[in-house]
Design a protein around this ligand. Sequence first.
Ligand SMILES: Nc1ncnc2c1ncn2[C@@H]1O[C@H](COP(=O)(O)OP(=O)(O)OP(=O)(O)O)[C@@H](O)[C@H]1O
Ligand SMILES: [Mg+2]
Length: 308
Amino acid sequence: MGNIDTVFDLEEAAKFVGLSLEEFKLRVFDLKIPGSKSGQFKKSVLTKYFESANTEGYDSHVIAISNQKGGEGKTTISLYLAEALAENHKVLLIDWDPQANATQLFISEDVPSVMDYLGYRGKKPKNIEPAIRNISTNFDLLPSTLELANLTTPYERDDFELLKEAILPLRSSYEYIIIDCPPSLGLILENALICADYILVPIQTRAFSLQGIRDLYETIQKIQRKANQRLKLLGAVLNQFEGQKALAGLAEGVKKYFPVFDTVIQRRESIPQAQAKMSFLSKIDLTTMKNFRELASEVKEKINVQKN
Ligand SMILES: Nc1ncnc2c1ncn2[C@@H]1O[C@H](COP(=O)(O)OP(=O)(O)OP(=O)(O)O)[C@@H](O)[C@H]1O
Ligand SMILES: [Mg+2]
């Protein structure tokens, strides 16, 4: 087998990806698919842009970090799991929270609203690639802005799939895509869970952390049943852990709903410090960074098991 690539004309290409000619032309325009000028489309290029339409064989793992409770460690785990994974893999961190906490750590100037790219309420979706910023080796960020808070009401069926659609053309460019979700149940979270392959739930090790876990569990089940059968539960990660005492009871409570990671994230002052200094964790505290490398290894292991 050489590397000869079949070339299709417009009609053949539309047929190949299973779209009508009109739909295909729109996609070509929106996604800026190479070949649109010449009208000649390489099979390899079409496969890259449309693989989700044809196969389940994504080459990136999309992980939503979710818990509708505030302050459980979603942003912290998103940031440092992404940082740890980026030591060996190409990673995109999606800040999918109107609070834009992750974004503010890396970007001080105003950025265009992510809403401008999504195609909500009759707007035309735009190629989201120009919105992405490189923040260090192997580590890209899709920033958020407060306007994301306007994503509240589904007007059309497509409004549940805005994020999924937006990142489809990017999926082959990253090995891991991490979505930092907001502390709420609603359309923003639903978009994340419909886009994701996996979900990881950070839970702070303290009293009351179990409140709301059942609601989250039910939301996940609903999404799995109705909108995203690919969505798999990676499990819960206990955060801000300070000693064995509290663990047994809490972990048991969590296990009723979610499998619990062996790795626990310790409570460490260097974490808020790194965030206040807008620094990468590896630059501030290697011991704590190791804790997140351990988490990254367990995430990879769990994904390997679930994939097969
Ligand atoms: N393991 C830890 N050790 C010490 N502080 C931590 C740890 N994890 C998180 N924090 C701190 O707790 C606060 C809340 O964490 P974080 O912002 O990650 O939670 P969140 O779930 O993203 O919150 P929100 O729901 O508002 O998005 C932050 O100030 C963070 O620095
Ligand atoms: Mg957060």
